[in-house]
Write a protein that binds this ligand. Structure first.
Ligand code: FAD
Length: 302
């Protein structure tokens, strides 16, 4: 069996595996695709100490770093079941069962898409999901935020300090964000809020040049010229496959303590699949390192 088996090979999982392997213990990593979300990322400017890089380049460096250690990398494999027996068992889609003394879950998350024409086509060409990551790319421009929940309104407030103008589009007839956030939003001079708006299309040529929505009350179609669209309708953790084993919150995020431990002894979690409040590369790497040290400590004591 493995001493530490990492499930998910994004930045969090890669960091966990390297930290575990550096303890000289038997380490494996099983993942659907090595690199995770950063494979879909264009420019990265907030991975501290690297001024600017691209997602696929960072993913390749992650893999190169991991391969420098004795880590059993099982790429293109999906975990479908976790069960705690004497050891912890992870079953894969292909039927194989891996056994380990400890497991670190780092299966990440995915942004919920609005699913309108133009969204996929203009991803990284004006369509963005992370204001902390891509906000500065839109300095001085006009952007839309789709979604009036807490994350949408936080994004709009954040972006309003950087960009020229923010248009918030909310499908329902009221914003769902906390009142304090709404108060702050409405105090800003460069924000327009449009409620009852159904996004129909993100338009553009080489990159985004506007957004079309339908006023739900009247059925009228409207078009706003702008250069960027931030989709903020939810980040979904990849944790469904865990069934009713590992404890999660109402968003599906794995609940961890400060050592990265879950409710199941020997099962740890790190990165975007957990209830950590912020989801970023540098944060998932830090929590991967922390969970690996937590798992090592658990091995020493058990
Ligand atoms: P992930 O990167 O999501 O990796 C999880 C891995 O687990 C994936 O490879 C997935 O395929 C795999 N997996 C999932 N389920 C299973 C399963 N059942 N079995 C096996 N494997 C599984 N952050 C920044 O800091 N700066 C940026 O500029 C930035 N830009 C971004 C741009 C985009 C378009 C996106 C989508 C995200 C961006 N982020 C950015 C966020 C950043 O990518 C994430 O915070 C980070 O990748 C999280 O790492 P993770 O290891 O926790 O999860």
């Amino acid at each position: 069996p493995f001493d530490v088996l990492v499930v998910g090979g994004g930045p969090g999982g890669a960091s966990a595996a390297i930290y575990a392997a550096r303890k000289g213990i038997r380490t494996g990593i099983v993942t659907e695709r090595f690199g995770g979300q950063i494979l879909d990322t264009a420019g990265i400017e907030n991975f501290i100490s690297v001024k600017r890089t691209e997602g696929p380049k960072l993913a390749a460096s992650l893999e190169e770093h991991a391969k420098d250690y004795k880590i059993d990398i099982m790429n293109l494999q999906r975990a479908t079941r976790l069960e705690k027996k004497d050891l912890i068992e992870i079953e894969l889609e292909n039927g194989a069962v891996l056994k380990s003394k400890t497991v670190i879950l780092s299966t990440g998350a995915r942004w919920r898409n609005v699913g309108v024409p133009g969204e996929a086509e203009f991803k990284n060409k004006g369509v963005a999901y992370c204001p902390h990551c891509d906000g500065p790319l839109f300095a001085g421009k006009h952007v839309a935020v789709i979604g009036g929940g807490n994350s949408g309104i936080e994004a709009a407030i954040d972006l309003a300090g950087i960009v020229k103008h923010v248009t918030v589009l909310e499908f329902m007839d009221e914003l769902k964000a906390d009142a304090v956030l709404q108060d702050r939003l409405y105090s800003l001079p460069n924000v327009t809020v449009i409620k009852n708006a159904q996004t129909k299309e993100i338009t553009g040529t080489d990159s985004v040049n506007g957004i079309t929505y339908i006023e739900r009350e009247t059925g009228t179609e409207q078009h706003v010229q702008l250069e960027g669209v931030f989709v903020q309708i939810g980040l979904v953790p990849n944790t469904d496959w865990l069934g009713d084993t590992v404890e999660r919150n109402r968003f599906g995020e794995i609940i961890v303590d400060k050592h990265g431990a879950t409710n199941i002894p020997g099962v740890f979690a790190a990165g975007d699949c957990t209830n950590a409040p912020n989801k970023q590369i540098i944060i998932s790497m830090g929590s991967g390192a922390n969970a690996a040290l937590g798992a090592f400590d658990y091995l020493v004591r058990n």
